[in-house]
Ligand binder design. Sequence first.
Ligand code: CAA
Length: 261
Amino acid sequence: TAPYETILVERDPENERVAVLTLNRPEALNALNLTVMDEVVAAAEALDRDPGVGCLMITGSERAFAAGADIKEMRPRGYPEMYLTDWFTAWDRLGQVRTPTVAAVSGYALGGGCELAMLCDILLAADTAVFGQPEIKLGVIPGIGGSQRLTRAIGKAKAMELCLTGRTMDAGEAERAGLVSRIVPAGELRAEALAVARTVAGMSKPVAMMAKEAVNRAFETSLAEGVRFERRLFHALFATADQKEGMAAFTEKRPPEFTHH
Ligand code: CAA
């Protein structure tokens, strides 16, 4: 893989269809500076273009998934520069990756760290995870979609309290609120997230991509339009070899062998 400065990109030795992207700025609790942004986005887009990749897992360290955008890097900037460089906008490209993504969050997921996790499709948390949007304490507000995605994920009541007070949520509260799909003991997070990623990567890639696209459409449209969109994708899947294989395998009581077309 490319020699990145702030991230590690590997293939799962047990399943080459799983790619693992690890944030690696331990000296700053994985604070997301411009280099991290550029590297995460470039790596995710390259893996997304690779038909051999069926799932991308994004993780950090045991202590921190990411403690936010890099405050020291932002501190001296002025408005024209933030606007002219369209600061943070490159992160939107991570949300446009079509390959399914799994965030494995241990420790701090604050500010941009919480926003990065919410840009992923499946969010698994260690019991040590801490989520929040504490930007208000720095005199700013979330800037990578936190005010929107947190509100859609956990509702106005909690999102408003978190964004206005800067208080954090532990893993239990995050799970009860619907931010994360599951909590696992910290020591098992990586193995469990890899297991989820392997499961997803074992599905037909185009089918998994359409499932992701259909679920995401729920956030962008009316119920009737979303159901119509789902129905059209569902019908289209009957043009794939993997639909024939999946249904044949069920009938013949054997595991399917998907060919990703
Ligand atoms: N930016 C830059 N550096 C950071 C950082 C950040 N977001 N978070 C931590 N660091 C650095 C610290 O400055 C420290 O560096 P030094 O050793 O050089 O002093 C190092 O990481 C270790 O951090 P702490 O010593 O603070 O560790 P701690 O265990 O005492 O505290 C913490 C951990 C509670 C997470 C604390 O580091 C903290 O509050 N971090 C900032 C959290 C935050 O406000 N995040 C939001 C950022 S703004 C944002 O994200 C905008 C947006 O919408 C995208």
